[in-house]
Design a protein around this ligand. Structure first.
Ligand code: 3PG
Ligand code: MG
Length: 408
């Protein structure tokens, strides 16, 4: 069975119908304002398409990880404000999810208008392990649409979550796949089924444990796996190097040794940095120096130093790997890119991707935000995914509950 497309919903006709769309509007905020609106811009086309066709568009989304109760810092209100600035259709906002405010806003919502409901994770049933609880919330959400409602899942970044608004709701209303989900899946399918070689995967970010399954799954598929970011120190320690006070997951040392061995058998090169930026402390203005990986503890701060970025020789080597590739998938920053002094590895890699003629995919909210924060033009990349965990789980070969629920 394949999922019904947004096109098929539009051809049925949506004039006057209330259509509930699940979007991923989980964006970074600072001081109550959106600092990277990538996911909002990626979500608007489907909402505007429905609005233009005369639907009354209800949007449900999450922000952050509130623990099942309303907390002002996770309100979607700043997101609604940014949507209003960007949207061609009027954007209204409800102060709750399915309560008084939402019901009266739905009643007043005109054709062609968009209504953003408050953070769906303010309700504990959204993420409940109990299917009956999730089902009850899904029913309440569906009831908001009244007669002839429909549901569209366009929240690619959240399709790996078995949550009420992502999965359960698809059995309460006629359900359709949004265009963003469709295009993201198309890209990932190309990576898993028909990646042109050489195929290079670049992984960064802080935790190896988050990436274990994806490394395992990609070793037989990729030609080279470049490792940067905080997770690199677990690899370096597994090889017997001193790493000072850098981030390490001692529980994963054996697994990582296993990967290094497997890589040889699977004909996939695991490429690690040869130099690292070692800092006195985790601070934007920390003293720092570049050291080769076999001498990370020999600098000014000895064994107390922290590795916060890959060094320039490594960045150059990674860039050369990218330049020689036909397909590149990148997930996770190479260093603490939020701090200027430790952003150079990530910037050099992003630059290499934009220079490359390969099909390049940037996966993950953090990497996508990094690319934009460092001032790169999005058009320099083949595809910037709105999904971090979701794209990794797809590449791991896992079933994604939000996709499965649509019958795809
Ligand atoms: C994300 O930011 O990766 C998605 O919005 C999913 O959020 P979650 O990891 O809190 O489920
Ligand atoms: Mg996340």
């Amino acid at each position: 069975m394949t999922a019904k497309t947004l096109e098929s919903l539009l051809s049925e006709g949506v004039q006057g119908r209330a259509v509930l769309v699940r979007s991923d509007l989980n964006v970074p905020l600072a001081d109550g304002a959106v600092t990277d609106d990538g996911r909002i811009r990626a979500s608007l086309p489907v909402l505007e398409k429905l609005a233009r066709s005369g639907a009354r568009v209800l949007v449900t989304a999450h922000l952050g990880r509130p623990k099942g109760e309303p907390v002002p810092e996770f309100s979607l209100s700043p997101v609604a404000a940014r949507m209003q600035e960007l949207s061609s259709a009027p954007v209204k906002r409800a102060e709750d999810l399915t309560g008084e405010s939402a019901r009266s806003a739905v009643a007043e919502l005109a054709e062609g208008e968009i209504l953003l409901l408050e953070n769906v994770r303010f309700d504990p049933r959204e993420t409940s392990k109990d299917a009956a609880e999730r089902g009850a919330l899904a029913q309440e959400l569906a009831a908001l649409t009244g007669q002839s409602g429909a549901y569209v899942n366009d929240a690619f970044g959240a399709v790996h979550r078995a949550h009420a608004s992502v999965a359960d709701i698809a059995s309460q209303l006629p359900a359709y796949q949004g265009d963003l989900v469709a295009s993201e899946l198309q890209v990932l399918k190309r990576l898993t089924e028909s990646a042109e070689r050489p195929y290079t995967v670049v992984l960064g970010g802080s935790k190896v444990s988050d990436k274990l399954a994806v490394i395992e799954n990609l070793l037989p598929k990729a030609d080279a796996l470049l490792i940067g970011g905080g997770m690199v120190f677990t690899f370096l320690k597994a090889q017997g190097y001193g790493i000072g006070g850098s981030l390490v997951e001692n529980d994963e040392l054996e697994t990582v040794k296993g990967f290094l061995e497997q890589a040889q058998q699977k004909d996939c090169r695991i490429v690690l940095p040869t130099d690292v930026v070692m800092a006195a402390s985790f601070a934007a203005n920390a003293e720092h120096e570049i050291l080769p990986v076999d001498s990370l503890e020999t600098g000014a701060h000895g064994a107390d130093a922290l590795g916060l970025d890959i060094g320039p020789a490594s960045a150059e080597a990674f860039a050369a790997e990218v330049a020689a590739s036909r397909t590149v998938f990148w997930n996770g920053p190479m260093g603490v890119f939020e701090m200027e002094a430790f952003s150079k590895g990530t910037a050099a890699l992003a630059e290499a991707l934009t220079q490359s003629e390969a099909f390049t995919v940037v996966g993950g909210g953090d990497s996508a935000a990094a690319v934009r924060a460092l001032g790169f033009d999005e058009s320099g990349f083949g595809h910037i995914s709105t999904g971090g965990g979701a794209s990794l789980e797809y590449l791991e070969g896992k079933t994604l509950p939000g996709i499965q629920a649509l019958g795809a």
